[in-house]
Design a protein around this ligand. Sequence first.
Ligand code: PLP
Length: 373
Amino acid sequence: MQYRRMPIEIESPEEMGYSTIKYNLAESSVRDITLEHIDIDFKKLVLFYGEHKGIVKLRKAICEGSKVLGIDDVLVTTGAAKALFIVATTLLSASDHLVVIRPNYGTNLETPRAINCPMTIVELSFEDGFEIDVDAVAKAIQPNTKLISITNPHNPSGKLYSQATINALIALAEKQGCHFLVDETYRDLNFQTELLPYEAEKSKHVISVSSVSKSFGAPGIRMGWVICRDQKLMHALLAAKEQIALCNSVVDEEIAWYLLSHKQQFIAPNHAHIRSNFAYLKQWFAAQPFLEWVEPQAGVVCFPRVKTEYKVDTEQLYSALYHEYATIVGPGHWFEKEKNYMRIGFGYPLQQELIGGLGNLQACLQRFAVKIQ
Ligand SMILES: Cc1ncc(COP(=O)(O)O)c(C=O)c1O
């Protein structure tokens, strides 16, 4: 294994120090909640080893509402991060091949790299609205391709892929006899559309991954899960989990169960907040001259770029934004893109913070963006 720290982690708000940031537009989640919202009597909780797959009531809550999925199709993990790690390390090796879209959440590229798995990257482009080119994915598949990997809703663009695109990718995975990973970590942040079933319902080849981090504002309990109907794979993933940590924290599992069994109570106000911030963001984009964007459809992030008629010294831009204005966004290199791209998170900030942060961004662009003649 060749582990490397990724810029998105080194420069994350928690590593920079929350106290140094007043306008945090770098987060990809809603605001973090506090324990006072969780009505559980922890004094009675037995601190035993939890069931290795995850406590039953939590796995039931995860597949609640599904006519297809059962608790044996669910493995609870330490955040979506660990789910992605064990999926990559279980399925891939130096003699296998991966097809992965980019930009993407860093782990989906970096863990395969850490195990030296050859990969073909299918680039998404701003010009094509970050749409996935299914033909390009088909062409990228090789005899030893074991995994096709996407994120939906997409991080960092907020693009929501159509069922036609997803179904076409599932058909490719089935034809190849490989797995299809759909990182659905933002699925409950579909603030404009109805919530669709997990993609893993559709085929045994599909692996869905999600967590309570982004939509419930609970990344600190590190609770995520893998869903897949391929029991052979689920057995191997359980073996991986057992070798890393046996089981999860039973305290965290209780909290995750509480959140999922009171889902509407938590999600409805979050969606209302996101819709209100999104309305402001749209107005702001329409009024400012420097950035262009592909309007996001779901999630709490978008991935605009500086318009091509401007040249900007991005080192100065991001440095001034942070040091002089206490404001941060996610620069393009977090996603292996040029720094004239930036991820802006609009779910985490209170509305006044969003207004202030975007105002600061505009002030910095005014200072550092030069119109090309
Ligand atoms: C697409 C995506 N997948 C997974 C994760 C990891 O989330 P978790 O906190 O559940 O580990 C993130 C976090 O930013 C993400 O954006």
